[in-house]
Design a protein around this ligand. Structure first.
Ligand code: TEU
Length: 557
């Protein structure tokens, strides 16, 4: 039972956009419960639920003001208990989102902390006086030159106490000070509370940011007055100590759980330490390398993706965690644009391309994550103007870039390509007015292509992306080589074909993906070996190594 997640597939639900049961235009828990048959039909094992806790929604729920309740927009604790019971009744598990690098500035902990320098919870957050020799509020008086991930300085002045507090994300998301044992114990007690309610694990938000260098040095590098400073808080000095302590205090003695740490900037070597079972920290991490290969210095500077870069990165992670630890596998989530639009073709070849991306990802060694709508081949949305966006990261970037003189149309192009709202348009259940998502007015416009791309149509079409995902998930559940086979990358220098093998005992699979709009032949070293192979996934072809545009295939020797 301990490493059950090695044969599992996780489905991520973004509650604001999944299913609205009360017509207020925002998804909710009863809406999710009413749609569980969709997940059961897909065959997934785990539901990862993005935050549903009370929140001012400054960052769409990743700013929590009460960790032990449900925001009324999403429902109630009773609704959550019902969702959990219905999931367990279908043999599925529930993983909650744990957001403890920061709280909301409306959380009672922060309210007390900011209320006075001598308050007991003052050190529950990072408070500092203005930079030496500077007056509070003066430009550059911030304690460090760190930049917020959502634009602007990472420090906010609190006029009442004349000190600044740290916020790596928005000013309404003050960072918790994990140096404080009281903070850590409060978090562990909350986690135990949820596990005692029956939830099956946690996806941990930017958990490799929780240990900062307590000296809070200035950051280095390009970027003008403010730089990320992330070298002082990504995988900080006590990160392994904290995660080992968390494991002892929360997970030790409990079975059947899944823990995954979201870790921007994590390296293969660090991931080996985090996910080595002998070290009892985490089961797996989300690394970001493959979702930053088409970006320049910032996510808004677009650059073409080279398939050889993508293959090199994913091959390194496969090799790096082959003998110790475990990989998570994902193309998308609520922070990334839609995979078929970003990595392939969301036009003429959309269905074949979406299937190819799924085939390539799900045949890697690791635990696959399916982001809601990916199983339908949902695409990026046609945002016309800045008024169509809702995400704080995009809106802050637009405001800052335009104020700095950038051409608004140019900035909009970046938002259209990389904006997180692309992933957050409502789930497309059917072809009706608001795609069956709500009877009200959706908080974010439904993608007009829902008339063609929707669950109802996909379920009725045996050749759909949906049934392709069912097939891949079934193979992971039935064919041990898929979960446990060794991984070997092939054709590393080919800019069009993604090819690799998986081997377990005398079973060997060949996985092929054409990342181009042209027909290609996979120029393998021993082609004849595969000519007689059995087709496991994909469309039959006279020449099994010949791939149509954006086509994927799996052969078993
Ligand atoms: O994301 C952290 C993170 O790395 C993202 O900010 C990411 O870099 C960016 O969105 C890529 O565009 C987590 C959550 O997944 C995200 O939704 C939250 O906004 C963020 O933490 C703060 O909680």
């Amino acid at each position: 039972m301990s490493e059950w997640w090695k044969t599992a597939v996780v489905y991520q639900v973004y509650p604001r956009s999944f299913a609205d049961s009360d017509g207020d235009g925002i998804g909710d828990l009863p809406g999710i419960t009413a749609r569980l048959d969709h997940l059961a039909a897909l065959g997934v094992d785990v539901l990862w639920l993005s935050p549903i806790y009370p929140s001012p929604q400054d960052d769409a729920g990743y700013d929590i003001s009460d960790y032990r309740d449900v925001d009324p927009t999403f429902g109630s604790l009773a609704d959550l208990d019902r969702l959990l019971a219905e999931l367990h009744a279908r043999g599925m598990k529930l993983v909650m989102d744990l957001v403890v690098n920061h709280t909301s500035d409306e959380h009672p902990w922060f309210a007390e902390s900011r209320s006075g320098r001598a308050m007991a919870k003052r050190d529950w957050y990072w408070w500092r006086p203005p930079r030496a020799g500077m007056r509070a509020g003066d430009p550059g008086a911030e304690p460090t030159n760190w930049r917020s991930a959502f634009s602007g300085p990472a420090w906010e002045l609190d006029p009442a106490t004349g000190e600044y507090y740290l916020h790596i994300f928005s000013r309404k998301q003050p960072d918790l000070n994990w140096e404080s044992p009281e903070v850590r114990e409060a978090v562990y007690a909350m986690m135990r509370w949820w596990l005692d309610r029956g939830v099956d694990g946690f996806r941990m938000d930017v958990v490799n940011f929780i240990s900062k260098d307590p000296a809070l040095p200035d950051g280095h590098g390009a970027g003008g007055a403010f730089v990320t400073g992330s070298e002082h808080y990504i995988c900080g000095p006590r990160i392994h100590e904290f995660l080992a302590e968390m494991h002892r205090e929360v997970f030790a003695g409990r079975d059947g759980l899944l823990t995954v740490g979201e870790m921007p900037g994590v390296t293969v070597d660090e991931a080996r330490l985090f996910t080595d079972p002998a070290r009892a920290e985490l089961d797996m991490v989300f690394q970001f390398e493959h979702v930053e290969l088409d970006q320049g210095a910032t996510k808004w500077e677009l650059r073409p993706l080279r398939l050889t870069d993508l293959k090199a990165s994913l091959a390194r992670w496969q090799a790096g965690l082959a003998d110790v630890g475990w990989n998570s596998l994902y193309w998308g989530n609520h922070d990334q644009p839609r995979a078929v639009s970003r990595y392939a073709d969301d036009g003429e070849h959309r269905v074949r391309a979406a299937k190819m991306l799924a085939t390539v990802l799900h045949m890697h060694r690791g635990t696959p994550y399916v982001y809601q709508g990916e199983e339908l081949g949902m695409t990026n949305a046609p945002f016309a103007g800045v008024e169509d966006f809702r995400d704080i990261e995009s809106l802050n970037h637009y405001a800052e870039a335009v104020a700095a003189g950038e051409d608004p149309e140019h900035v909009l192009a970046s938002l259209r390509a990389m904006g997180r709202d692309n992933a957050r348009t409502p789930m497309q259940w059917d072809a009706s007015e608001h795609a069956g998502f709500t009877t009200g007015t959706p908080w974010l416009a439904v993608n007009p292509n829902h008339v063609e791309i929707n669950a109802e149509a996909a379920r009725a079409d045996p050749g759909s992306v949906f049934h392709h995902y069912r097939r891949l998930i079934e193979l992971r559940h039935t064919l041990p080589v898929v979960a446990h086979g060794d991984f070997t990358m092939l054709l590393a220098h080919d800019e069009r074909v993604y090819a690799f093998t998986r081997r377990l005992g005398d079973i060997e699979l060949l996985v092929l993906g054409n990342f181009s709009g042209e027909p290609v032949v996979a120029e393998l070293p021993e082609p004849e070996r595969w000519r007689a192979a059995e087709l496991l996934v994909g469309e039959p072809a006279d020449e099994p190594l010949m791939l149509r545009p954006w086509e994927g295939r799996v052969l078993r020797a």
